[in-house]
Ligand binder design. Structure first.
Ligand SMILES: CC(=O)N[C@H]1[C@@H](OP(=O)(O)OP(=O)(O)OC[C@H]2O[C@@H](n3ccc(=O)[nH]c3=O)[C@H](O)[C@@H]2O)O[C@H](CO)[C@H](O)[C@@H]1O
Ligand SMILES: [Mn+2]
Length: 338
């Protein structure tokens, strides 16, 4: 009798724990800030020491992944995940300087995004982005005459290219892939060696240097880097070119940079996927971002940037986010999106 009662009590506790876990998970998914902080308790995995000792690339030289034992510093295919403290910015600066590189930074400022974000994005880029290197800003807008005035440092140039304004914000976002593809096949591709493709609704807050560069690089999404793989918001509709089946997908990314050749491959792949999908009247869950994630599942990036390279202050401070380099602006969709 006592045995049976004990069993029942244990079952009850087990159910309570399951319900509690489900409840927490639900709250987490719906973005309750307090619960969000608990996600740091979900382990990111660890980098095997055999891999650690081999991490590095042309820009960072040898990396020091053991300097950040609390986070994941490499991928399963042996690419480094760059965190503050794992690289020497001076080594990267020197390696890039020796190659006499031109680094392109593309950004779209269409509609109200221009007045709202562009000036701060560019002003802070002048302070923090690739300081000491040759930089080519490439701004795409439908109103070149409304460009903010900006005094550029030596070796830094700005090119403005006119684009047609798409009606819906989703279309503006998605059109970026084919516009970038054309630009990479033209002047941007001829003049730059590496190109970074960024959203405009953010600003630089710390030194963002050549340590970020590599043949193909993916940026970890600040909101999802602790989540278990199967909960990541990939496109799951099998009809989509961006679809990832259960069990597929390594990390959830939201931005990219790389060599001109690598970005031409990426933008061609994504633009084709977006076109096919739109032709059928369907849209991927997170638009161009879904296609980007599919591309990186198929073609693994050579380097991954930790969320320190692009952080959302809405998440709040975190010990593992030591020095954020780029900060998302607060979303003001009602004001900006049509
Ligand atoms: C940081 C991040 O996760 N970014 C992704 C997320 O962006 P967001 O949800 O942050 O979307 P968003 O409104 O910032 O749009 C993406 C970008 O397109 C440009 N834009 C967009 C609309 C417009 O009317 N005018 C304009 O200039 C602008 O550069 C903007 O930053 O989702 C988008 C699609 O769902 C894209 O995949 C973004 O890469
Ligand atoms: Mn954005």
């Amino acid at each position: 009798m006592a045995f049976k009662e004990g069993l029942r009590a244990r079952k009850k506790t087990l159910w309570r724990l399951i319900l509690l876990a489900l409840g927490l998970l639900g709250l987490l998914l719906y973005g309750l800030p307090v619960v969000r902080h608990l996600e740091v308790l979900i382990p990111m995995g660890f980098c095997p020491s055999a891999t650690m000792s081999q991490l590095g690339d042309n820009f960072t030289g040898v990396l020091h992944p053991w300097a950040r034992p609390e986070v994941l510093t490499c991928t399963s295919w042996g690419a480094p995940i760059i965190w503050d403290g794992t690289f020497d910015p001076d080594v990267a600066q020197q390696a890039a300087g020796e190659r006499n590189l031109t680094i392109g930074l593309t950004v779209f400022a269409v509609g109200r995004y221009l007045e709202k974000y562009l000036a701060r994005f560019l002003e802070t880029a002048e302070q923090h982005f690739m300081v000491g290197q040759r930089v080519l800003y490439y701004v795409f807008t439908e109103r070149p005459t409304a460009m903010p005035r900006l005094a550029l440092g030596p070796g830094r140039r700005l090119h403005v290219q006119r684009v047609v304004r798409e009606q819906r914000w989703q279309d503006v976002s998605m059109a970026r892939m084919s516009t970038l593809r054309a630009a990479l096949a033209g002047r941007l591709g001829r003049e730059a060696h590496f190109v970074l493709c960024m959203d405009v609704d953010q600003h630089f807050s710390g030194a963002f240097g050549p340590e970020a560069l590599a043949e193909s690089v993916a940026q970890l999404h600040a909101w999802h880097y602790h989540w278990p793989r199967r909960l990541l918001p990939f496109e799951r509709d099998a009809r989509s070119a961006a679809a990832l089946a259960p069990g597929q997908g390594d990390f959830y990314y939201h931005a990219t940079l790389g060599s001109v050749a690598a970005l031409r491959r990426l933008t061609t792949h994504c633009a084709r996927g977006l076109r096919q999908y739109c032709a059928r009247g369907l849209e991927a869950r997170w638009h161009d971002e879904s296609h980007l994630n599919k591309f990186f599942w198929l073609h693994k990036p050579a380097k991954v940037l930790s969320p320190e390279f692009c952080w959302s202050p809405d998440i709040g401070p975190r010990a593992e986010i030591r020095r954020p380099r780029l900060l998302w602006a607060r979303k003001e969709y009602a004001l900006l999106r049509t």
